[in-house]
Structures are given as C-alpha cells and as structure tokens.
Design a protein around this ligand. Structure first.
Ligand SMILES: [Zn+2]
Length: 338
C-alpha cells in the first residue's frame, strides 16, 4: 500500500523483530470517539523510546501506520500484501472506559448488502402489474428476525434499510438493506450469511422479485471481513507484569464488558499478537460516544499515552531481550492453533 507508513529501528541483530501498529482512523461526526488520536501516537511514542535504546536491543522493531480500522480493513489488505512478513510478535494499544484488559476477545464480522428488484406500477390504478421490492425486503427482514432463535446465541445480526421506495403512489421497484453479521468464529459468521441469503432469495421469489447480494467491500480490500482473534498466553503474561510494574490494574475480560471486532484479529491469526485494552480515565462512556472523544482529547488522554508507550516499550524489551520469552510466545502460538 502506498499510503502506509513504515519505519524500522534495527537493534544490533535484525531478528527477532517486533511490530508495533500505529492504527489510525476516525468516526463520522464524532471524530476520535474511538481514541485513534491516542492509538496512533502511542505506537509512534513506543517506537521512539525503543529507537533511543536500539543498540541495547537483541533484535529489531518495526512501526507500521495501519489505516482504515473502522470498517475499512486496512490491516486485512496489508496482510494480503505480506506487509507484516518477518514479524515475530505484533502489538498495539486501544483505550477503553473500563479496567485494563490483556485478554479481550474479538468477533468475526462482515457486512452484507441486499438489493431487491421488483417492477414499478401505479399503486392504485394498476397495482397488479407491479412487483413490490419493499415487500421482498420486509419479508426478508422479518424472516431473518425469526431465524435468530435457530442461531447460536453468539451470532449477532443487525440490519438497516437503506432504500425503501421513493413515492407512496408508485409500487417500488427497488429496495436495499445492509446487514452486519458477527459471530465468535468466521465459520459461524459465514454460515449465518448463507442463511440470510437463502431467506432473501426465498422471500423475493415468493412474490416474483429478485435479489442481488454483495459482501462488504472497502476502498482497500476487494472482499473484506474481520476474523475472530487468537490470543497468546505468554504475551499476556509479559504485558500483565509490565502493567503491574506501572501500577495499572488489570481485570480479566468477562461477557458484561461487551465485545467488538477489529482487523487486528486477522493479524493475530498469522503472528502472535497483543491488542492491549488500556483504561482511559475520565469517562464512564464506552468508545464511539462523544464523551469518550472528549476524554481522549483531555489531560487524561495524555496520561493514557504515557502509560501505553511504556507498556509497549517495556514489553518489546522483554520479548527481544527476555530469557526464553519469545520461545514461550512461539510455543503458545503453535499450541493455540490446535
Ligand atoms: Zn472503533
């Protein structure tokens, strides 16, 4: 990718190599409500700290600017382009309104657009000549809601209607909706997408309409989805102990803390990875709210930044210079594949 920033700090050995991801993005209207002003800069900060002690590192550090996390799938395209090849571990830090966590899981996720085609007609004078595309959409929406009770409880489906006709006196010949489908594995996500497609086709055929489907695309990837993540116990231990030395409380993740999706999960399937969730003081509101954006831009954001930089810098030193640390990380990565 031409717009991806990369920088390398060689230690006195080029291998092993730790990758630090400076993820950058923002949200429409609410700006840095996911805290990317902190996420991106914390990676740069950790990299600069490590650059200052490069001669003492038993390996090297690479910094990557990774764009388009909020649905754009920048890391998916970077993976496809082999951008992260040669990394032994990869890490980044994300702010969170709750206690810090080293074990937040991520759901697989994709988007599905459905385009229903019917036949226009005068809604009063000749309704029998029309095929109502909105009916096909509504029947699909209702049937998908009914399908939920037959789905595993961790499958999450949310649909919106993007287009529902233009005039009340015209039988609509076009309607469009968009689903976001998530589950704890990509396999389950795909299965739910297949079921939605079956329903859409059946609902359309029942009234003589047709439906086209399109999986989520982004400006970067041709076909784009986020996978579930893969966690690494040895890397969790490294971060837990460094957070402890910084006086930061770490809480085990539980279901009440909620769960989202990220393209870092795709990276973690290929390279042992840590997506640290670090507590941002000054807000009880979760990410993607105006309150969170305010906290991310406040003095609390500066404090967070210092902590994130040190947590990643200390952990990188442990991975590169620690006794058998990288071997344990690699062993866990292989074991987790079973
Ligand atoms: Zn976000």
């Amino acid at each position: 990718m031409t717009n991806t920033l990369q920088a390398h700090v060689p230690g006195h050995k080029s291998n092993p190599r730790v990758g630090i991801l400076s993820e950058y993005d923002a949200l429409p209207e609410i700006g840095h409500a996911c805290g990317h002003n902190l996420i991106g800069t914390s990676g740069v900060g950790a990299f600069l700290v490590l650059a200052a002690i490069a001669d003492e590192l038993d390996g090297s550090v690479a910094l990557y600017g990774t764009p388009g996390e909020e649905g754009g799938g920048g890391k998916v395209t970077m993976l496809e382009a082999d951008t992260f090849d040669g990394l032994d571990t990869v890490m980044m830090t994300h702010p969170i309104h709750a206690d810090s966590m080293v074990d937040t899981p991520f759901l697989a996720s994709t988007g599905l657009t459905l385009k229903f085609h019917g036949k226009p007609s005068h809604a009063a004078a000749a309704p029998e000549h029309g095929i109502n595309a909105v009916d096909a959409l509504v029947n699909t929406y209702v049937a998908v809601n009914g399908m939920r009770q037959r789905m595993p409880s961790d499958v999450n489906i949310c649909g919106i209607i993007r287009h529902g006709g233009t005039a009340g006196n015209v039988i609509p010949d076009y309607a469009e909706m968009f689903y976001v489908v998530r589950a704890d594995t990509w396999h389950k996500t795909q299965d739910a997408v297949d079921k939605i497609l079956q329903i859409a086709e059946g609902s359309s055929a029942a009234i003589g309409a047709t439906v086209e489907s399109e999986m989520m695309k982004s400006q970067y990837a041709k076909f784009q989805f986020y996978t579930e993540d893969k966690q690494n116990d040895a890397l969790k231990d490294v971060f837990r102990s460094n957070l402890d030395s910084l006086g930061i409380k770490v809480t085990p993740w539980n279901k009440n803390m909620g769960v989202g999706s990220t393209d870092f999960a795709n990276v973690s399937l290929e390279i042992p990875g840590m997506h640290l969730m670090l507590k941002l003081d000054g807000t009880d509101s979760p990410p993607h709210t105006r309150e969170f954006a305010e906290a991310a831009g406040s003095e609390n954001g500066r404090k967070w930044l210092r902590e994130a930089i040190l947590a990643m810098a200390y952990s990188t030193i442990d991975v590169l210079n620690g006794d058998q640390t990288l071997q344990r990380i690699q062993k866990d990565f292989v074991a987790a594949a079973d």
